[in-house]
Design a protein around this ligand. Structure first.
Ligand SMILES: CC(C)(COP(=O)(O)OP(=O)(O)OC[C@H]1O[C@@H](n2cnc3c(N)ncnc32)[C@H](O)[C@@H]1OP(=O)(O)O)[C@@H](O)C(=O)NCCC(=O)NCCS
Length: 230
């Protein structure tokens, strides 16, 4: 299969709860040095004091693929669908060629392998609007402020580079951690769509949030070289 052929011997070592291989909540062996390309790309990318957002690299593909198949995270986000390697490859290729979607890899500055990803999508050329989605891949990396930082950096990109006027998202109303991160990143609640999504066996309310260019306060991004690489 494409992934196996491309990444054989390079896939992150996967451990799982209970010692089984392949889990909905994989952990990754970060003891090996990051590939030189990760170090270089992080040095070139937008960042704040702790994280960087930049392109997804070939060495990230195994990790990204596992997150796309994380059943537990899907319960918080979208109806779970098993994503096979061929469909994943097709999505990556389509996304890379798309003018209306921007996929960012999220990395910490001290540990360059991927910790999450963000996607800006549905860019509308007339309304100057877009939607954003974000995932921090491992539970161990959540709740540490990385999501808020990545949201702020991506929002900067939406307003200062794509020249859009409105950025919005939808989130389960019963996901307080995500809502807190979005609020801290500058998003304001617009309203609630009642029982709008069917997720994990129940109809759930979805909260719509947005930020406008006129109310956005840019963060202090840096673009100079990362000191020490990692
Ligand atoms: C949603 C997500 C991207 C947020 O990123 P993150 O790095 O975990 O978020 P942050 O650490 O930046 O911020 C989390 C905030 O929630 C708060 N928080 C954490 N757990 C909480 C809880 N159980 N209830 C309420 N607030 C909580 C934190 O205190 C923090 O707020 P603060 O900075 O004002 O103190 C990430 O948690 C994630 O990917 N989760 C799994 C998938 C998911 O929920 N997706 C949502 C799709 S819409």
């Amino acid at each position: 299969m494409w992934l196996a052929a491309r990444e054989r011997g390079k896939l992150p070592v996967i451990y799982a709860k209970g010692g089984h291989t392949l889990s909905a909540e994989p952990t990754f062996d970060t003891t090996t040095a990051p590939p030189i390309m990760m170090t270089t790309i992080a040095a070139l990318s937008r960042r704040d004091a702790r994280i960087t957002i930049g392109p997804v690299l070939p060495d990230d593909m195994g990790t990204l693929y596992l997150w796309f198949n994380d059943v537990d995270a899907a319960k918080l986000d979208f109806p779970y669908v098993p994503v096979d390697g061929i469909a994943f490859k097709a999505w990556v290729e389509k996304q890379a060629r798309s003018d209306g979607e921007y996929l960012f890899a999220i990395r910490t500055l001290h540990e360059l392998p991927l910790i999450g990803y963000g996607l800006i999508r549905n860019v509308h050329p007339i309304h100057r609007s877009a939607e954003i989605g974000i995932r921090i891949g491992r539970e161990a990396d959540r709740g540490k402020g990385y999501g808020t930082s990545a949201l702020r950096l991506m929002t900067d990109y939406v307003f200062d580079t794509l020249n859009l006027n409105r950025l919005s998202l939808s989130v389960r109303t019963d996901n307080p951690r995500a809502i807190a991160a979005y609020e801290r990143a500058g998003f304001i609640t617009e309203g609630v769509l009642r029982q709008a999504n069917y997720l994990n066996g129940a109809f759930v309310d979805m909260t719509i949030m947005s930020v406008l260019k006129s109310e956005w306060r840019p963060c202090t991004c840096q673009t100079a070289a990362v000191q020490g690489g990692h």
